[in-house]
Design a protein around this ligand. Structure first.
Ligand SMILES: Nc1ncnc2c1ncn2[C@@H]1O[C@H](COP(=O)(O)OP(=O)(O)O)[C@@H](O)[C@H]1O
Ligand SMILES: [Mg+2]
Length: 145
C-alpha cells in the first residue's frame, strides 16, 4: 500500500480522478476505513473521471447504483454500499456476473461485510481520519499513479 495524505475533499477527489485514468475495466475497488474518511468523496471523483452521469447519490439505502457509460472499454460502473447488507444480499443482486465482467468497474464501500465473495485480485483503498480536513489514504500498490 502507498500512503498519501490529502488536505481537503478536493484533493481526495483528485486522487480518485488520477486513479480512474488508469483503470482498464474489470476492477473491483474496495474502499474501507473510518466513517467520514472520504470513501464516498473518493467514489465521486472516480465516477466523474470515468464519465458517469450524476447526481452521484450514495447508495446507502438502495445498496447498489449502476452508471451506464457512453462509450469506451468500460460500459458500466457499479457503486455498492454494503453497510446494510451482507454477502448473500449482494449475491442476490447478481454479484457474480457484475464483478466477473471485464467491462465493468465495481466500487464497494464497507467491503469487510462482503469478505468471502470479493475477488482475490480486488484493489484496496483504506481511509483514515486524521483531523477535520486531513485524511491518510493508503492505495493499492498496483494503481499506476
Ligand atoms: N481530505 C479530505 N478527504 C475527504 N473528505 C474530506 C476531507 N476533508 C474533509 N472532508 C469531509 O469529510 C467528509 C467525508 O465524507 P464521506 O466521503 O461521505 O466519507 P465516508 O463515505 O468514508 O463515510 C465530507 O463531508 C468531506 O467534505
Ligand atoms: Mg460513504
Amino acid at each position: 500500500m502507498r500512503k498519501i495524505k490529502t488536505n481537503n475533499s478536493q484533493e481526495t477527489q483528485e486522487l480518485a480522478q488520477r486513479i480512474a485514468k488508469t483503470l482498464k475495466g474489470g476492477e473491483v475497488i474496495c474502499l474501507e476505513g473510518d466513517l467520514g474518511g472520504g470513501k464516498t468523496t473518493f467514489t465521486q471523483g472516480l465516477l466523474k473521471e470515468l464519465g458517469a452521469e450524476g447526481p452521484y447519490t450514495s447508495p446507502t439505502f438502495v445498496v447498489m447504483k449502476k452508471y451506464d457509460l457512453e462509450d469506451g472499454q468500460v460500459s458500466c460502473v457499479y457503486h455498492i454500499d454494503a453497510y446494510r447488507v451482507d454477502a448473500n444480499g449482494v449475491l442476490d443482486l447478481g454479484w457474480e456476473e457484475i464483478a466477473g465482467n471485464k467491462k465493468n468497474i465495481v466500487i464497494v464501500e464497507w467491503p469487510e461485510r462482503l469478505s468471502g465473495i470479493l475477488p482475490e485480485d480486488s484493489f484496496w483503498v483504506t481511509f483514515s481520519w486524521i483531523d477535520e480536513n486531513e485524511r491518510e489514504v493508503l492505495i493499492d500498490e498496483r494503481f499506476e499513479v
